[in-house]
Design a protein around this ligand. Structure first.
Ligand SMILES: Cc1cc2nc3c(=O)[nH]c(=O)nc-3n(C[C@H](O)[C@H](O)[C@H](O)COP(=O)(O)OP(=O)(O)OC[C@H]3O[C@@H](n4cnc5c(N)ncnc54)[C@H](O)[C@@H]3O)c2cc1C
Length: 317
């Protein structure tokens, strides 16, 4: 059934579990694995209850959006069992911007079909084409999120991060200048503000004219060549500085996690404890936006379940 509603998926999955007589225990926060030699024999809950089992699957998710239940517990549990944890960082995460006054003006603006360049210590390192969005504290949107993993690493390396937004990526500087001249000739009695309305959203006009120091009402007939150059420069290179990421509380995914080197790739079994398996975000696997992270959670869980059902789990030991 197609409903486009996430609740329907939860409903369907719960029904499947019920049909297969799987018991769900809610509010059962696992605090510790109890092991004997190289096997786990039980889990101990926060309320001190102990559950024994034959196999254990660690599927506790990452550390992002902790209000959804994934508080990063899995990393500690795996570390206590001797697994290496690759340092965790927020990813698919928005950023705060230094130029607070500009950002407040731009709050709510969505830019489509722009090119975003990331400059690290003034050298271009990354670029992406697509959609981005402004909030009162900074920037987000698909291209920002998809570049965020690398930007977070640059920020952690104490690098100075600037972004440059090309608002007209389909036009070269020369073509954009010619377009402006054409518009000026076609509408010689209009103000620069009115002409810019044909090119960029209103919120950006304010910033463009502030940065270029041109008056809103200035008639295009008296716009100088130097001013034209400044306008084109703004349209091709609107620059802002990133100060920090918005942290795990707003990161869609966690980068880092349980090292893949210590997990068998054929069935995601621990190389350290033979009846322990891992699935989903708790592993050091993260992807771009677009459904790839959910796909990884579903596919890795399917793989482990299938192998356990077919008793293929011990082949690695
Ligand atoms: C706001 C938001 C939007 C997202 N949108 C997308 C999207 O559009 N597409 C996409 O692909 N991905 C998206 N993601 C990412 C995706 O949801 C996750 O990557 C995916 O859910 C990870 O699945 P998981 O099963 O590994 O962990 P989770 O879904 O996080 O599940 C982990 C579970 O383990 C439980 N748990 C944690 N610790 C313990 C413990 N100690 N004891 C017992 N239980 C515990 C948690 O309560 C939770 O129920 C989004 C994430 C967020 C936060």
């Amino acid at each position: 059934m197609k409903s486009n509603n996430a609740k329907e998926i939860v409903f369907a999955l719960k029904n499947l579990l019920k049909k297969n007589k799987v018991e769900i225990i809610y509010k059962a926060n696992v605090k510790k694995f109890i092991k004997k030699e190289n096997e786990i024999i039980a889990v101990k809950l926060e309320n001190k209850k102990i559950f024994r089992g034959k196999y254990f699957v660690l599927a506790t998710g990452g550390a992002s959006y902790p209000r959804t239940g994934s508080t990063g517990d899995g990393y500690k549990l795996a570390k206590d069992l001797g697994h290496e944890i690759i340092s965790i960082r927020p990813s698919l995460v928005p950023f705060e911007i230094k130029e607070q006054k500009k950002i407040e003006i731009l709050n709510g603006l969505i830019l489509k079909n722009v090119k975003l360049k990331v400059l690290v210590n003034n050298k271009k390192e990354l670029e992406k084409f697509g959609e981005m969005q402004f909030y009162k504290w900074g920037i987000s949107g698909a291209i920002v999120l998809n570049l965020s993993r690398k930007i977070v690493d640059f920020l952690n390396g104490k690098k100075k991060i600037k972004i440059s937004i090309d608002l007209k990526p389909a036009l070269s500087d020369e073509k954009l200048t010619n377009r402006l001249i054409r518009e000026f000739k076609k509408f010689p009695n209009l103000s620069i503000e009115k002409i810019l309305r044909k090119l960029i959203p209103e919120k950006l006009i304010k910033i463009c004219l502030q940065e270029t120091k041109i008056s809103f009402s200035k008639n295009v007939k008296i716009i100088s060549n130097n001013e034209k150059i400044k306008i084109v420069k703004f349209l091709k290179n609107f620059s802002l500085e990133i100060t920090k990421d918005r942290g795990f509380s707003e990161a869609i995914i966690t980068a880092g996690g349980i090292s893949t080197k210590e997990i068998y790739k054929n069935n995601l079994q621990s190389k350290i404890l033979k009846n322990l398996f891992f699935t989903g975000e708790v592993i050091d696997v993260d992807a771009d936006t677009g459904g790839y992270n959910l796909q990884w959670a579903f596919s890795s869980s399917y793989l482990v379940a299938e192998k356990l059902m077919n008793n293929e789990e011990m082949k690695n030991f």
